[in-house]
Design a protein around this ligand. Structure first.
Ligand code: FAD
Length: 410
């Protein structure tokens, strides 16, 4: 019977284990944490956004993101849904095509995966860190930190990236891959909060609004997202920012001037907003300037927006505002520019950009071109997806494909 050892009991490793075992292999999963699937439990705020109805390569990134196409051709959305259906998980769709288990419980997804593994007699060994993969007499040997060794015909590296190391993935998989002769595309945090360079962040920490955000790098527009903008002492987060964080992370690490421009009124043109401000002022010209915008924008943002617009003496009646000052206030509300200072650390990032160079991996079987018999799946590869279920979809699909081929190939 074919012996398959899977390093890493995360999303990709668990599906790989099931698919390899369903295809006749004798499977062992080696997991460095006390239990498998810790990160899975944290996904989607504990609700597990497990896939997205809108699936294609444009939602993925990496030096060669089109690599995902070969994998999704073998295990696409329908296969993912059929797989989970076979385990008893039905899914429901929320906004923007996001798919969740009907239970809205990540723990239920982990439970059914582990139940299926038990049914298939997959062995799970926890608290074990694989330090090296060696070749020995035509077989592979996983050498662990505590001296234990596990022999296999095929080994799957499903070790994840460097994001949220408290949940298990600490970049150890890159060392395993490098030792086998693989190139690692420099990893950086993605889907992560952004640090901003601005003196007023303490004043607005905790304020959340809906709006549009743009990323400008050296004066060129690099990305746009609409949704929640959530200010914090360190900078900003929220759904719109997470979508843009990959570009911000990449460019700030390269030392490029990276700026966020926030539009608090995306539905209105600049001229319409300036006219609205003038109407409000005309309605009660005696109101102090800082009070005249209460009811239009979040109260705590007003003094900051007026600071950004370089408006002084805020106790003046708003009727005193010059046309130029009103234009500057409208500009602050429509294109509030803030310099980015990088991102929060690996501990806070949801996904890792970069990883094992996919040119060194067979696009059909995910087998290493450097180390025969070794396969890679999941986030350890240089593939990362947008927020919205795309990263788990990649983990399931690549895990399934690697698992099937590991069991089937001689
Ligand atoms: C807070 C949070 C929320 C998220 N929410 C979502 C979401 O809702 N939807 C979505 O699509 N994506 C989400 N993601 C991203 C998604 O969870 C990951 O992309 C996905 O889990 C990657 O799967 P993986 O199997 O490649 O790696 P992981 O799930 O990270 O698993 C890797 C496993 O390998 C183990 N390991 C590592 N090195 C070794 C070693 N040397 N020896 C033994 N074991 C080892 C680790 O302990 C870990 O258990 C979220 C991520 C985080 C952090």
């Amino acid at each position: 019977m074919k012996q398959v050892v899977i390093i890493g009991g995360g999303a990709s490793g668990l599906v790989a284990a099931i698919m390899a075992a369903r295809n006749g292999a004798c499977v062992t999963v080696l997991e460095r944490m006390q239990r498998a699937g810790k990160k899975l439990l944290a996904t989607g705020n504990g609700r597990c956004n497990l896939a997205n109805r809108r699936l294609d390569a444009t939602y993925y990134h990496g030096a060669r993101a089109e690599f995902v196409e070969g994998i999704f051709a073998q295990f696409g959305l329908d296969a993912t849904l059929a797989f989970f259906d076979s385990l008893g998980v039905s899914v429901e769709e929320e906004d923007a095509g996001k798919l969740f288990p009907s239970s809205r419980q990540a723990s239920s997804v982990l439970d059914v995966l582990r139940y299926e593994m038990t049914q298939l007699c997959v062995t799970e060994v926890c608290d074990v860190i694989v330090h090296a993969i060696q070749s020995q007499r035509g077989r592979l040997l996983c050498v662990c930190g505590d001296g234990r060794t596990f022999e296999a015909d095929r080994v799957l590296v499903c070790t994840g990236g460097k994001s949220s190391p408290n949940l298990g993935s600490n970049g150890g998989g890159y060392k395993l891959a490098q030792a086998l002769g693989h190139t690692i595309v420099e990893p950086f945090p993605a889907l992560v909060q952004v640090r901003l360079l601005a003196p007023y962040l303490n004043l607005i920490a905790g304020v959340g609004i809906e709006g549009k955000a743009e990323v400008w790098v050296d004066g060129t527009l690099e990305g746009t997202a609409t949704g929640e903008l959530l200010f914090a002492k360190y900078g900003i987060s929220g759904t719109a920012i997470l979508q843009l964080s990959r570009a911000i992370s990449e460019h700030t690490l390269k030392g490029r001037r990276t700026e966020l421009r926030l539009d608090l009124f995306p539905a209105q043109s600049f001229d319409a907003l300036a006219a609205l401000l003038e109407q409000r002022i005309a309605k009660d010209a005696r109101k102090p300037i800082d009070f005249s915008f209460v009811g239009l924008v979040h109260k705590r943002l007003i003094p900051v927006l007026l600071l950004v617009a370089r408006v002084q003496n805020l106790q003046r009646p708003c009727g005193d505002l010059s046309r130029d000052e009103i234009v500057r206030i409208a500009s602050a509300m429509k294109a509030w520019a803030i310099l980015c200072f990088g991102t929060q650390s690996w501990m806070f990032s949801q996904v890792t950009a970069g990883g094992v160079d996919v040119r060194e991996v067979d696009p059909a079987t995910l087998e290493s071109k450097r180390a025969p018999g070794v396969h890679f799946a999941g986030e350890v590869l240089d593939i990362d997806g947008d927020s919205g279920g795309y990263n788990l979809q990649w983990a399931w699909a690549s895990g399934a494909v690697a698992g099937v081929h590991a069991a089937m190939l001689d």
